[in-house]
Design a protein around this ligand. Structure first.
Ligand SMILES: Cc1cc2nc3c(=O)[nH]c(=O)nc-3n(C[C@H](O)[C@H](O)[C@H](O)COP(=O)(O)OP(=O)(O)OC[C@H]3O[C@@H](n4cnc5c(N)ncnc54)[C@H](O)[C@@H]3O)c2cc1C
Length: 500
């Protein structure tokens, strides 16, 4: 008799979503988290009276979140205080001009018209295509994709998907080039390619849906982004799920090719019928299980996965109202330069001449995140490797903080430099150390077409019985809504294959 029906390693979105649903289904669930709080990449901490989100700062596709909460017998609206951001962005283009993108599609059409009237027709055609396409996506994201036959099943149940085959076979850049002519318009729509961790020429065309889907609503969470993982935890605990913090899993215990529990870093062994892992799949298979437990082909496959990009994050507490006009400001660079950045500056590291960022002015939406009269700004900076040029990130940090503040003061936030009370930089190395994610990768593994769907590590392990994967490492990949969806996929697989 095992201690638990299910042990979940890691209290990120994938782990909490699966753990809470399985508890709601009557399973005895234990969630083990090595950190002192839940949420992983989507969490919030406090310093000198300012509350900072450590990673994710944008919530999109609330329908997917709602699917998870409705399985927990509640709704997203009841559990999480979401604040809608409208305008969804201000874009500061590389030539210094600004473009405000409202939630309304017709308002966006006018913003495009102001740049180039020729692209209004393209925007309309793009919006029509994506409007239909995005309706098929939520089912795709919550369906298991373990074998090729699963893909065939998805298409059979949703034949409309076939119409969008070209989006699967093309790149994000191809889609923008097909519908838009003006380089500034393309630049304003290209930044989101980094939301899936690749430059426009490498990102799959299906993700060109993002700049359209954002018009369904872009949200922030009152009190900070940790509000979503906390809500999943609360729902799970109501159903009997137990969460242990500061509990690091050292090994997944395997007997006769089946996962039978875990060993913690203090040597404690806990048994279970099923293990669910929210840990990076490479770390899971190579360190926590051991390559020797895998068939040779799986060993080669796991080793071949490349980690996704990482980003440094700059957390600023300031004692003035920043001269911005939206919760989210995208500081962009031309689409071709995003590709060039990927092949040159990104590989060499350091302070790159092509700077681009998301500026999240979170206290604009929720003033309680900062002391009265003060504000929180969080900058998601250009992707980086785990070293900073020739230096380690630990060595380079103080000089890089100064350079970033200086640059963004001059380019788009006048006065910033003179009003800083708190300035912290979380580097890829910090993310690796704090969250145990190799290279600090924000989406675990690379997300091009050859690492998606059946090519990504499977939600139901093909090598180890009783082992299930959730989170950014598995289908449907990294991001807030998608990792929550991965918990739906794993729950359904466990209910199908693991008897009581
Ligand atoms: C800087 C940054 C910015 C981002 N911005 C956005 C955004 O704006 N919008 C968006 O949608 N997505 C964003 N993302 C991506 C999104 O936050 C992640 O894809 C998602 O939160 C990952 O969820 P996950 O379930 O994979 O687990 P993770 O968040 O990776 O959590 C895994 C958990 O497992 C724990 N853990 C690791 N090893 C062990 C162990 N051995 N034992 C026990 N516990 C362990 C970790 O401490 C962690 O809590 C961002 C990510 C980062 C890092």
């Amino acid at each position: 008799m095992s201690d638990f029906d299910i042990i979940v390693s890691g209290a990120g979105f994938g782990g909490l979503s699966a753990g809470a649903q399985l508890a709601k289904n009557g399973r005895k669930v234990l969630v083990l988290e090595q950190a002192e709080r839940v949420g992983g990449c989507c969490s919030t901490y406090e310093q000198n009276g300012f509350r900072f989100d450590i990673g994710a700062s944008i919530v999109e596709a609330p329908e997917l979140l709602n699917r998870a909460f409705s399985r927990l017998g509640t709704t997203l609206e009841k559990e999480v205080d979401l604040i809608e951001c409208d305008p969804i962005y201000t874009v500061i283009l590389s030539d210094g001009s600004r473009m405000t993108i409202p939630k309304s599609l017709t308002g966006t059409e006018e913003a495009i018209r102001a740049i180039d009237p020729r692209d209004v027709e393209g925007w309309r055609r793009y919006a029509t295509l994506m409007d239909n396409f995005r309706n098929t996506l939520n089912d795709f994201f919550t369906s298991p994709v373990v074998r090729f036959s699963d893909m065939a099943k998805i298409v059979k149940n949703s034949p409309a998907m076939l119409k969008y085959g070209s989006l699967f076979a093309s790149s994000y850049q191809d889609v923008l080039n097909k519908y838009f002519k003006n380089d500034k318009v393309k630049e304003s729509l290209a930044y989101q390619t980094f939301f899936i961790g690749l430059p426009p020429e490498l990102a799959p065309g299906i993700f060109a849906v993002i700049p359209f889907q954002e018009h369904d609503g872009l949200y922030y969470v009152r009190g900070g982004m940790i509000g979503i993982p906390e809500a999943l935890r609360r729902c799970g605990e109501r159903a009997g799920m137990e969460v242990r913090l500061n509990a690091k899993v050292k090994k997944v215990l395997i007997r006769k090719k089946r996962a039978v529990g875990v060993e913690l870093s203090d040597g404690t062994e806990i048994s279970s019928n099923v293990v669910v892992s929210d840990i990076n799949a490479k770390t899971l298979y190579l360190d926590l299980i051991g390559a020797e437990q895998l068939p040779w082909l799986a060993r080669v496959g796991v080793k071949s996965y490349e980690t996704a990009m990482a980003v440094p994050m700059l957390y600023l507490g300031v004692n003035y109202q920043p001269p911005l006009n939206s919760h989210h400001t995208l500081v962009t660079t031309p689409m071709e330069e995003m590709n060039d950045f990927w092949w040159s500056d990104y590989r060499t590291g350091g302070f790159t001449r092509r700077q681009f960022a998301i500026i999240s002015w979170t206290s604009q939406s929720d003033p309680h995140l900062a002391p009265a009269g003060k504000h929180v700004l969080i900058l998601t900076l250009p992707p980086s490797l785990r070293t900073c040029g020739r230096k380690s990130w630990d060595e380079a940090k103080p000089e890089m903080i100064e350079k970033y503040i200086d640059y963004y003061s001059k380019r788009c936030i006048p006065g910033l430099k003179d009003h800083i009370e708190v300035a912290e930089l979380a580097t890829p190395l910090d993310f690796e150390r704090r969250l145990g994610t190799p290279d600090g990768a924000i989406y675990a593994l690379r997300q091009d077409m050859m690492n998606e769907t059946v090519f990504r590590p499977a939600a139901k392990s093909r090598s180890i019985a009783g082992l299930y994967l959730v989170g950014a490492s598995t289908h449907p990949g990294g991001g807030v809504p998608t990792t929550i969806a991965s918990g739906i996929v794993a729950t359904d697989l466990i209910e199908r294959y693991e008897g009581r």
